[in-house]
Design a binder for this molecule. Structure first.
Ligand SMILES: *[C@@H]1O[C@H](CO)[C@@H](O)[C@H](O)[C@H]1NC(C)=O
Ligand SMILES: *[C@@H]1O[C@H](CO)[C@@H](O)[C@H](O)[C@H]1NC(C)=O
Ligand SMILES: *[C@@H]1O[C@H](CO)[C@@H](O)[C@H](O)[C@H]1NC(C)=O
Ligand SMILES: *[C@@H]1O[C@H](CO)[C@@H](O)[C@H](O)[C@H]1NC(C)=O
Length: 256
């Protein structure tokens, strides 16, 4: 059944199928980011501590990683880097936790993965994954009155050993000033796209797009990954066609 589906993906793109394409579409679908905390392949977990629970049935993160996200200590990233003005609000933090669960646990980013050369914690990054506009809007809404000192959280922080435990943590760059998200980013799309250096792409809700959080039993992002894989095999597909996505989704649901 599995091979049937892969064949379907290939043949549906047969008009422009080029023999030099060597990526196996199933590989792309069943893929985890190459990073120090990610599993090699997606698979089931027991509970993910309730915290990254949407992903329990097919996850790239382990229980331990979910636990570390829950306690806000993964990578020793300081969300309260503007604590001299105000710590991050709980509501904003909730959205960043969802985003973080997505980063560690999502099995759907395969088609957007790119190699990155010089990061200690991972060899890959995802680039311009379509994030549904309403997801981004509510994230920005929750954070707009919180404070930060730089727009690009992946590139612009300095990492220094601070505090008693002497672990390296992110601190505001010299010469920077803590301002509200609203002042730094102005708009939701600007925020979602810049905060993690274009990992996300703000995408209209009527296009195939990812949800950062969902209630089971289906992962709605599976179909978005299938759509993208199909597009990658078909250069002629210039605009996404939702009925095609659904068709492919239905066809592959039991097979992938
Ligand atoms: C990056 O790739 C190298 C070579 O495959 C591997 O040894 C290393 O563990 C990877 N690093 C991470 C953080 O996954
Ligand atoms: C802000 O967060 C830090 C930990 O990041 C904590 O030690 C401090 O008590 C918090 N400050 C306030 C005012 O809640
Ligand atoms: C996991 O799969 C089971 C069995 O198919 C289903 O009942 C449950 O709702 C799923 N859970 C989630 C969070 O997707
Ligand atoms: C979308 O795909 C369906 C099924 O392949 C096709 O019938 C329909 O004409 C397409 N619509 C557009 C706007 O391309």
């Amino acid at each position: 059944m599995l091979s049937l589906c892969v064949l379907f993906v290939l043949f549906s793109a047969s008009a422009s199928f080029r023999p030099d394409v060597t990526i196996d579409s199933h590989e792309l679908f069943d893929r985890c980011l190459d990073g120090e905390n990610h599993k090699r392949k997606p698979g089931p977990e027991d509970a993910l501590h309730g915290h990254c629970s949407p992903w329990v049935n097919r996850s790239c993160c382990t229980e331990d990683t979910a636990q570390l996200i829950h306690h806000g200590v993964l990578y020793n990233f300081d969300w309260d880097h503007c604590k001299n003005v105000k710590n991050m609000s709980d509501e904003c933090r909730k959205h960043f936790n969802w985003d973080h669960c997505f980063f560690e646990c999502s099995p759907n980013v395969g088609p957007w993965l790119v190699k990155i050369p010089d990061m200690k914690t991972r060899n890959e990054s995802y680039f311009e994954v379509p994030l549904c506009a309403n997801e981004c809007d509510s994230w920005f809404e929750a954070c707009k009155n919180d404070y930060t000192c730089t727009d690009n959280w992946l590139k612009n922080f300095e990492w220094k050993k601070v505090g008693r435990n002497k672990k390296r943590t992110n601190v505001c760059p010299a010469e920077s000033t803590c301002k509200t998200f609203k002042e730094i980013y102005q708009t939701a799309d600007n925020f979602c796209e810049r905060v993690w250096d274009h990992s996300w792409k703000y995408t209209s809700n009527d296009q195939p797009c990812m949800k950062m959080w969902f209630d089971g039993p289906e992962n709605p992002n599976d179909d978005v990954a299938r759509w993208k894989i199909q597009v990658m095999y078909d250069d002629d597909t210039t605009s996404p066609n939702n009925s095609q996505v659904q068709l492919l989704g239905q066809y592959c649901k039991t097979n992938f």
